[in-house]
Design a binder for this molecule. Structure first.
Ligand code: FE
Length: 354
């Protein structure tokens, strides 16, 4: 805790001075040091962030914000579920001002658990598209990630690909690779398919996927891309930035990205985002941070750092991402992904999607 240590240094310095003085002065000094401490506390603002985003994806932003505003930021990182549980358990005693995470499903959960608060911000309304924010303004998207297809350039022509729904067609039998249904990204994708098609049709689509699997689902998106590269399968579904990282490492990679915009809903997108906690001690500064994260300069940083799409449409994605084609994203409100997630989990279980 940076702030605490600074205060302690200040108090010890004042005490050291006081030691050479007599008792009367010592008392006065102690009094002075108390008031100095109070002033310092008022001036040195601090925000505490609970984040399920990885440290290397948040630290550069926090450092920049502190440099610009003098507001210190302390943070802890953990998985989204445990952080929400912790916020709930801490209740009014929580030190956290902001909850930051990936996937609208996780943000939706935080809202349902009552650990966030609604905010009014013209800046956020202006910077963040409506479908990327909670209808009650308890959370806001800060980056957009597309759940896209990837395919083997040597075996599949892009014209053969069209939609998520089409991957259920028997022509893909033994050619499809998927990540596990345990991952929230797939739960949100299936939830959005339920929102679009209803449960019966969504179930037949997901059953078709399972029937077409070349091998058991993988634990992460990178493994899906690598399995295609290794010839284990020909097509898969991954978040675009995972492919982007591998493409950046090896521009000659034999796998390409396809934006499944022929799906009835357009490309399934999700967000990373943030909300102010219900019991925030410093909600003003917390809002200042979230507003800044949605601004042009921070959005440009985001676009370069993790190959995501900016949530602020006034900011362009980087060239590598632009080269994948124009993103024709689903515009349905992402809170649906959270709402229908339990139904999605049950559906995937019913059709044997592990
Ligand atoms: Fe991810």
């Amino acid at each position: 805790m940076k702030f605490v240590s600074k205060t302690i240094v200040l108090i010890s310095l004042l005490m050291l001075t006081a030691c050479s003085e007599n008792t009367g002065q010592e008392k006065k000094q102690a009094k002075d040091s108390k008031s100095t401490q109070a002033v310092t506390e008022e001036k040195a603002q601090k925000i505490v962030v609970y984040s399920s985003r990885k440290e290397h994806l948040i630290k550069p932003f926090f450092e920049e914000f502190t440099a610009n505003t003098g507001i210190d930021i302390d943070y802890i990182t953990d998985k989204a579920g445990p952080l929400v549980t912790r916020l709930k358990a801490e209740g009014a005693r929580t030190p956290a001002d902001i909850f930051m995470t990936v996937d609208a499903g996780n943000l939706w959960l935080a809202k349902r658990e009552g650990v966030l608060q609604s905010v009014t911000s013209a800046t956020l309304e202006n910077n963040v598209a409506q479908n990327l924010q909670d209808p009650d303004n308890q959370w806001f998207g800060l980056t957009v990630r597309a759940r896209t297809m990837v395919y083997d350039k040597n075996k599949v022509k892009p014209e053969e690909l069209s939609s998520y729904e089409d991957l259920a067609d028997p022509k893909w039998q033994g050619r499809l690779c998927l990540r596990t249904s345990k991952k929230v990204y797939n739960q949100s994708l299936v939830a959005m398919l339920i929102a679009r098609h209803g449960e019966v049709k969504a179930e037949s689509i997901i059953k078709g996927w399972v029937d077409n699997l070349a091998t058991a689902p993988f634990s992460n998106d990178t493994k899906v891309v690598k399995a295609i590269e290794a010839g284990q399968c020909e097509v898969g579904i991954v978040n675009s930035y995972y492919f982007g990282r591998l493409e950046k490492e090896n521009p000659d990679i034999s796998v390409a990205l396809y934006l499944p915009e022929n799906s009835e809903q357009g490309v399934h997108v999700n967000i990373s985002g943030a909300g102010i906690t219900k019991h925030a001690k410093n909600p003003k500064a917390a809002l200042q941070l979230i507003e800044w994260l949605s601004s042009k300069s921070a959005q440009q940083m985001y676009a370069g750092l993790n190959l995501e799409y900016p949530a602020n449409t006034a900011v362009k994605s980087i060239e590598q991402v632009q080269a994948w084609g124009e993103l024709n994203a689903d515009t349905m409100n992402l809170s649906k992904a959270g709402e229908l997630q339990p139904a999605a989990v049950q559906l995937m279980d019913r059709v044997g999607y592990k």
